[in-house]
Design a protein. Structure first.
Length: 294
């Protein structure tokens, strides 16, 4: 679903590549002198540095970047910017797509950083990348006018924790530092969103929504319930529990045995902990009703 959504977004963006961006999501700067000619250049130092022109620089000069006239976020690691010569698709250097559960929060973080203006640094002069969804663009780093790295801030937010160490755009120069930053952030995040105390695996629903198919009822509200990694549809509260997650394709039997059930909190994407201390629950036989309440 995420890739389809991104493809549609990129398709619309492609139609606008010949014209300057406009609209409420764009950030239009006032064109004031911020070192574009080098006379008022500022040195920016970030934790991991910036790969530009194929080399890692830290600090990097604001005059070495391209001033971003407008920008909008496409996904957790892709933005569209205009530096005065038309729109261009940019994959944030060294950053892989966020987990689907954290995608929206990562995008919100990036958009808020773009709102105050920024500078764009191409990782190499010839780098070309294909992003998820099929768009072709370039790879680079974006710093705010105060020198904050969009990639580093996205990582620090806890929502964008996947690093892209491959590719031909010098990702290997900065990926080790990004991975170390990810580990620091993970160490500060809570292990779980709380404990599940009320759970029901019902192999065959007997209601009108997905009659004869799997339904899982669990007490955290608005939870994202996944069976063997497959997300179920959330139908809200029911039968005394706050989340009713339904499969629209299979009964409990259809999942076989030794089934992995995971429950995630909305927003943070953190997993809930089951009574045995694990962040997942194993259903030995999908045909059997399984229930606990503590």
């Amino acid at each position: 679903m995420l890739k389809k959504k991104l493809f549609r977004t990129l398709s619309v963006a492609a139609l606008a590549l010949c014209a300057c961006s406009s609209g409420e999501d764009d950030v239009v700067l006032d064109g004031s002198d911020n070192g574009d000619d080098g006379s008022n250049s500022v040195a920016f130092t970030t934790e991991c540095g910036v790969v530009t022109g194929g080399t890692l620089q830290n600090p990097v000069q604001s005059s070495d970047g391209e001033r971003v006239v407008s920008g909008r976020v496409v996904s957790s690691n892709v933005v569209i910017i205009n530096t005065g010569t038309g729109d261009q698709l940019v994959k944030l250097h060294g950053l892989a797509p966020a987990d689907e559960r954290r995608e929206d929060q990562a995008r919100t973080t990036l958009q808020s950083l773009l709102s105050g203006g920024s500078f764009f640094y191409r990782s190499t002069d010839t780098c070309s990348v294909t992003v998820d969804g099929g768009g072709v663009g370039t790879s680079g780093q974006i710093l705010t006018v105060s020198g904050r790295s969009l990639t580093e801030e996205a990582i620090r937010s806890g929502y964008a924790l996947n690093i892209d160490a491959g590719g031909s755009c010098g990702e290997e120069l900065v990926a080790p530092c990004y991975n170390a930053l990810v580990e620091e952030v993970k160490a500060t995040l809570p292990r779980s969103a709380g404990q599940i105390t009320d759970f029901l695996w019902k192999p065959e629903a007997d209601g009108g929504y997905n009659n004869g198919l799997l339904v899982i009822l669990v007490n955290p509200c608005d939870a994202d319930v996944r069976v063997n990694g497959e997300p179920l549809e959330n139908f809200g509260p029911g039968n005394g529990r706050c989340t009713t997650a339904r499969s629209l394709t299979r009964s409990g039997c259809g999942y076989g045995g030794n089934i992995r059930v995971e429950v995630f909190a909305p927003g943070s994407g953190l997993p809930y902990e089951f009574p045995d201390g694990n962040l997942y629950y194993t259903i030995p036989n999908g045909c059997d009703r399984t229930e606990f309440r503590i």
